[in-house]
Design a binder for this molecule. Structure first.
Ligand code: GLC
Length: 769
């Protein structure tokens, strides 16, 4: 075959490969990240990646048979005369190989006429190109053993092989099963392990796109998009951890949260109908001795579902009420919806219309659809001016004392049919359309909330968003939307959150107990247990479904719930340390076992266990009626947290787990920071800290700051190195002292004793008492 490759040019770290009638650009970002770009007529700005991530990287371009070879220390890309690209690691192992044949769509008994008929009822008819002329596909060869992870919050199982997924942010109130290919977020990062070699692919394109991961064929997997440039990144690395760290290097890491975000949060659509109702919930927590940090206020606190309003006929004095809750240690988190009520007497609507801030119909008028407030319009959030406007209004909430902003309906959801493709949105300052901007609507709304909270309070913003795109993790935590009180949804929570973590979203959670449908005592209890280490630890339910507050089912559910809430608070310092680590290493806190050992084939399909960092393994019961289960223990020695029994790794064991028991295993020879038994996480510095030794010797690095603001970025934090050697000699070193409020006392606890150390101000050391 004659080569169409006519030559190449390189400048700095960009290599342009010329073909007879096209060209491909390769950008060497780092030795383990290469961007592949082909202009297909669209501007090439990115919402996922901020700034230029290019690091000075040596590389070579060599002429090869029928093409060229681009080589860094870690990756080799071979580009042939047919524009096909093959990627190998430094040792020559294939990672990503272009598929040379054509796709062979699955056989179907549906002809074009029937496609229309079947599609008319709303069924999925596998129409990938949606009639778009700029549609394209990227098809890669599949190996027999290749496994896949990532893609954000998609349904189904941890390993994505054998399934297809769509990227078009969708409000999905139906049951989320593995047949549901689209949910609320678009996070097009796919990790593969091919013949034991991990790699990643990140497709940075906001148009509607699709992944078929070996569903159609065992010979290939493919990505397709209805439009946009071809713009994707090869992510290399010696381990899956390095590959994931490369992805979060590109798209950003979850910033340190305020510490109290790690506390328990209670929500229900319905609490916010009045201050009295919210007070009742707070009273319930006090009465039943249950720790609580946040109560969420769903849409009813607003006046007629108008954003930036607080109905004073339901709340006598919102500001005084928020303050009253604050004195009780409880923070309030209001929801904020994407659709702005169309109402000529409503200042936000009027201002937005006057300043031309809403998306428009092609005829130039603000586009109207319906959401909770009835007729509603949609801010054009990708414009900086619009985000700044929205951010400025966030002060309304912070002035009243709200602790953050919970963004919702920002796919955007619309009750009167989907927004048409041609609705005019902007891409920055450039005129664009809904087709291009849909998947980043939620991203830009979250960013505006982040900026507004930061400007108004100077604190680390607490933002939750339902819709997101790659990179939204820099601004917001996420939840997985409207799940249901079903065992299958509890089961799905673990792979869904694990994949979100691999996809950059280290701060995520599901609605504990299930949002829609009626929960049961058993399901609620098991869901809470399974979520013990889930960063966003929130029970949320739909209006009208069975109550699922901790006391709703009486005993023994209440006591078990209390036991686990109290246990969560013991682990808060560990979780906070994990978030500090995450900012440094880009790895999620809650993670699938495969992230910690991608070479162990036994962990590649585990859906019902997860790890927290690399020392805690959690194996919850996620099956109705079960009171024991199989647990796979990966490499290392393990201590059963409940029984103290010890086990070797690489084994499958059976553990008992009656309804009040969550199987937790701690890697032998670990030190855990052990939080105090508090009802709420205070803004005041902790005066004491306990470290627990599990095993006989260990060391641990612990992070401390004020847990609130950005002063840590100017060095106001402490690092402690705690070590216990084989002779039980304990050393505590303050290896970094930038935050004045060091612990006055540190306790070192083991099975047999508890030893106290006091801080000696003068010598800046801890002295054994
Ligand atoms: C959406 C949200 C849900 C919220 C409800 C009412 O369904 O996903 O969490 O309670 O709207 O605001």
């Amino acid at each position: 075959m004659s080569s169409k490759l006519t030559g190449y040019e390189s400048q700095d770290q960009q290599v342009t490969v010329n073909f007879v009638d096209s060209k491909l650009e390769l950008f060497v970002i780092t030795p383990t990240i290469v961007r592949i770009f082909k202009n297909r007529g669209r501007s090439d700005n990115s919402y996922a990646i901020d700034g230029d991530k290019t690091q000075k990287t040596p590389y070579e371009v060599i002429k090869a048979d029928n093409g060229i070879k681009l080589q860094t220390d870690n990756l080799t890309l071979k580009i042939d005369g047919d524009e096909k690209i093959d990627v190998y690691d430094a040792k020559g192992n294939p990672l990503v190989l272009d598929y040379r044949q054509s796709r062979e769509p699955l056989p179907t008994d549906m002809d074009a006429e029937h496609r229309k008929t079947v599609g008319a009822e709303g069924h999925d008819v596998g129409d990938l190109n949606h009639g778009e002329s700029n549609y394209y596909e990227v098809i890669k060869a599949l190996s027999a053993d290749e496994q896949f992870y990532g893609l954000g919050d998609k349904t189904g199982f941890l390993n994505k092989r054998g399934y297809e997924y769509g990227n078009w942010n969708s409000d999905v109130p139906q049951v989320h099963t593995e047949a549901m290919t689209k949910l609320y977020k678009t996070i097009p990062v796919l990790y593969g392990i091919k013949n034991n070699h991990p790699y990643g692919l990140f497709f940075d394109n906001t148009y509607k796109s699709h992944f078929d991961i070996g569903k159609e064929s065992d010979a290939y997997y493919f990505y397709s998009a209805v439009d946009g440039n071809l713009d994707y990144y090869i992510l290399g690395g010696d381990s899956l951890q390095e590959v994931v760290a490369n992805y979060t290097y590109l798209t950003g890491r979850v910033p340190l949260p305020q510490k109290w975000l790690l506390g328990y949060q209670q929500s229900r659509w319905g609490y916010s109908v009045s201050d009295q109702r919210v007070r009742e919930i707070a009273d319930g927590f006090a009465k039943y001795d249950l720790p609580l940090d946040v109560i969420h206020l769903d849409i009813d606190y607003m006046t007629g579902y108008r954003d930036f309003t607080w109905d004073e006929s339901k709340y006598a004095d919102p500001k005084a009420f928020v303050a009253e809750m604050g004195r009780r240690g409880i923070r309030l988190m209001p929801i904020l919806d994407a659709g702005v009520k169309k109402d000529d007497d409503y200042d936000i609507y009027k201002e937005g219309i006057e300043k031309d801030y809403f998306a428009k119909s092609p005829d130039g008028r603000a586009y109207v659809n319906q959401v909770w407030p009835g007729d509603a319009v949609f801010p054009d959030f990708a414009r900086k001016e619009v985000r700044d406007w929205w951010a400025k209004h966030i002060k309304f909430y912070t002035d009243l004392g709200a602790c953050g902003i919970w963004n919702d309906m920002n796919e955007p959801a619309s009750f009167k049919g989907p927004l048409p493709d041609d609705i005019v949105f902007h891409n920055g300052e450039e005129v664009s359309d809904h087709r291009r901007m849909h998947n980043v609507f939620g991203h830009n709304m979250a960013r505006a909330a982040y900026d507004g909270l930061k400007a108004a309070t100077g604190k680390r913003p607490y933002v939750i968003t339902r819709a997101a795109y790659s990179g939204t993790q820099k601004y917001s935590t996420v939840w997985t939307g409207d799940n249901q009180s079903l065992w299958s949804h509890l089961q799905m929570a673990i792979p869904q959150l694990s994949n979100l973590g691999l996809s950059g979203f280290a701060f995520a959670g599901t609605d504990i107990g299930g949002f829609q449908a009626n929960t049961t005592a058993e399901l609620l209890t098991r869901w809470l247990e399974a979520s013990l280490f889930v960063p966003l630890f929130r029970n949320h339910a739909q209006m009208g479904v069975r109550y699922q507050e901790p006391w709703s089912f009486g005993e023994p559910t209440l006591s078990i719930y209390r036991k686990f809430l109290k246990l969560r608070y013991r682990f808060v310092p560990y979780l906070y340390d994990q978030f500090y680590q995450e900012t440094q290493n880009g790895l999620p806190v809650m993670r699938p076992l495969v992230l910690n050992d991608d070479q162990d084939p036994k962990v590649r399909n585990i859906n019902d266990e997860y790890m927290v960092g690399d020392t805690i393994l959690v194996a919850p019961i996620v099956e109705q009626g079960a009171d024991k289960r199989l647990v796979y223990l990966p490499a290392g020695d393990w201590i059963d947290f409940n029984s103290q029994a010890e086990y070797g790794g690489h084994t499958m064991i059976i553990v008992d787990a009656p309804i009040d028991t969550l199987p937790i295993f701690i890697k032998k020879n670990t030190i855990l920071p052990w939080g105090q038994a508090v009802k709420h996480i205070s803004d005041q510095p902790d005066r004491f800290m306990t470290f627990r030794l599990l095993g006989s010797q260990a060391s641990y690095d612990h992070y401390q700051d004020d847990g609130l603001d950005f002063n840590y970025q100017h060095g106001e934090y402490n690092l402690y190195h705690v070590a216990i050697d084989a002779n039980q000699q304990i050393t505590i070193n303050l290896t970094k002292h930038g935050y004045p409020a060091t612990y006055e006392k540190i306790f070192i606890e083991s099975n047999h004793d508890c030893i106290e150390f006091d801080f000696d101000q003068q010598n800046q050391t801890y002295i054994r008492q």
